[in-house]
Design a binder for this molecule. Structure first.
Ligand code: PMT
Length: 399
């Protein structure tokens, strides 16, 4: 999908600049045209000669170079790109961007551009955590600039923590996300994902085996398609999907409250495995083993979040999609849920242990709607998400 696209890569002055050579190489392998601009500082870490050799283009460094300006010019440099990537994005460069400065070629191009910008920040952990850097990053994100990373781990300065530049494959995934066709631009979506945890006492809970893989993949695919997407997620180990606003919850009641705050939206997809029951009165202190034997847990029914969305009256989304997790009569039970919960579509999946749907990477979906059933082949959860989003686009007349 990147073939034939053009990227302007701005290389900032960080030790991670060496990774930008690998990034250029991988982009070139995908048929991407890469033009590069380097800050003065960046040339202390890697040479313009290496960058020019790998990108197969002249490297731009000087705002006041007569030849550069006559050949390309700092305005054209950004106009002729589909996307600007800043990697490494240093604390200094981001501060200058936030302040709207134009004191070198990199800052000037970033101020003069009408293109989307992706930053791959990298720095010492204290610099990253500094209130000034965090405020600058928040401001840049508010202006629509997208960030990838930084990751955590050993840093070049010898310290440990957040500050490592994202690896080239992660940066390329973010680039793909930013350059993907966006049929759902302007639409808003909410997705629920993962399990809920219902407390028994301060340390124990009732939960289930949902990993969040399916719901998170759907949120990522909706965001890639341009929908303003919020993911309401129970406790999972899944990475935060790029370009998605995340609301973390633990219980069904918290999930319902988050969802109600988010309505109205255009599209709702409920992939969460919400606990049907919670403990009526969770203990304030850890339950102890004792002479009275095992405690008796009294359960009460949780609110049905999908049914609440499906019957939200004027605030009901244009498209309400639920899941049905079944171990028998998969399609028949899904049909019943379609009506009972007021959905437009139900994605039925067999969650018998032999299928490996809970926690696994693949899923076999039957899309149930008022007019019938569509049986999908077994797909990866990312493919299920992409197919669903493509279907949503067609349904809303945007494909
Ligand atoms: O998370 P993974 O490991 O990737 O696994 C994916 C999945 C199996 C969890 C997912 O594909 C799935 O089937 N999600 C729905 C799980 C579920 O709770 O199904 P259900 O048949 O019990 O509920 C039907 C629908 O009502 C679901 O959309 C559910 O989100 C919703 N619901 C259920 C109960 C409740 N109190 N509130 C709800 O909103």
């Amino acid at each position: 999908m990147l073939e034939g696209r053009n990227i302007l890569l701005i290389i900032g002055a960080g030790i991670a600049a060496y990774k930008s050579l690998e990034l250029i190489r991988r982009l070139r392998e995908r048929g991407v045209g890469v033009r590069c601009a380097m800050t003065d500082g960046a040339t202390h870490f890697i040479t313009p000669l290496s960058v020019a050799a790998i990108s197969e283009h002249k490297v731009y460094q000087d705002l006041f170079s007569l030849t550069d300006e006559s050949e390309m010019g700092h305005i054209r440099l950004s106009r002729e790109s589909d996307l600007i990537v800043v990697a490494p994005a240093t604390a200094d460069l981001m501060a200058r961007m936030a302040a709207g400065m134009a004191d070198d070629l990199a800052a000037t191009v970033l101020l003069a551009t009408d293109k989307r910008v992706l930053l791959a920040p990298t720095m010492n952990v204290m610099m990253w955590n500094h209130a000034a850097t965090q405020a600058n990053v928040a401001l840049l994100r508010q202006r629509g600039i997208v960030t990838v990373g930084p990751g955590s781990g050993d840093l070049a300065c010898g310290e440990v923590g957040s500050g490592r530049m994202a690896e080239p494959p992660e940066i390329i995934a973010a680039i793909e996300y930013m350059l993907a066709p966006r049929p759902l631009e302007g639409a808003s979506a909410l997705v629920t994902s993962g399990p809920t945890y219902e407390p028994i006492d301060p340390v124990r809970f009732i939960g289930n085996r949902s990993s969040g893989k399916q719901g998170h993949a759907i949120a990522a695919a909706l965001a890639r398609a341009g929908a303003r997407t919020t993911l309401v997620a129970g406790p999972t180990h899944e990475p935060d999907p790029a370009g998605v606003a995340l609301v973390r919850i633990e219980t069904a009641n918290e999930m319902l409250a988050a969802v109600e705050r988010l309505l109205p939206v255009d599209i709702a997809v409920c992939a969460a495995a919400v606990a049907d029951w919670r403990v009526a009165a969770p203990a304030n202190n850890k339950l102890k083993k004792g002479r009275n034997g095992a405690p008796t847990l009294s359960l009460v029914e949780n609110p049905d979040i999908l049914a609440t969305i499906g019957r939200a009256g004027a605030r009901r989304p244009r498209l309400v999609v639920g899941f049905a997790a079944e171990t028998e009569n998969v399609v028949a039970n899904a049909r019943a849920k379609l009506t009972k919960k007021g959905c437009d579509w139900v994605l039925a999946n067999d969650v018998s242990p032999a299928q490996g749907t809970f926690g696994g990477d693949r899923n076999t979906i039957h899309l149930v709607h008022a007019d019938g059933v569509e049986d999908w082949p077994t797909l990866t959860k990312a493919e299920v998400a992409a197919r669903l989003v493509e279907r949503v686009g067609r349904h809303l007349g945007r494909a």
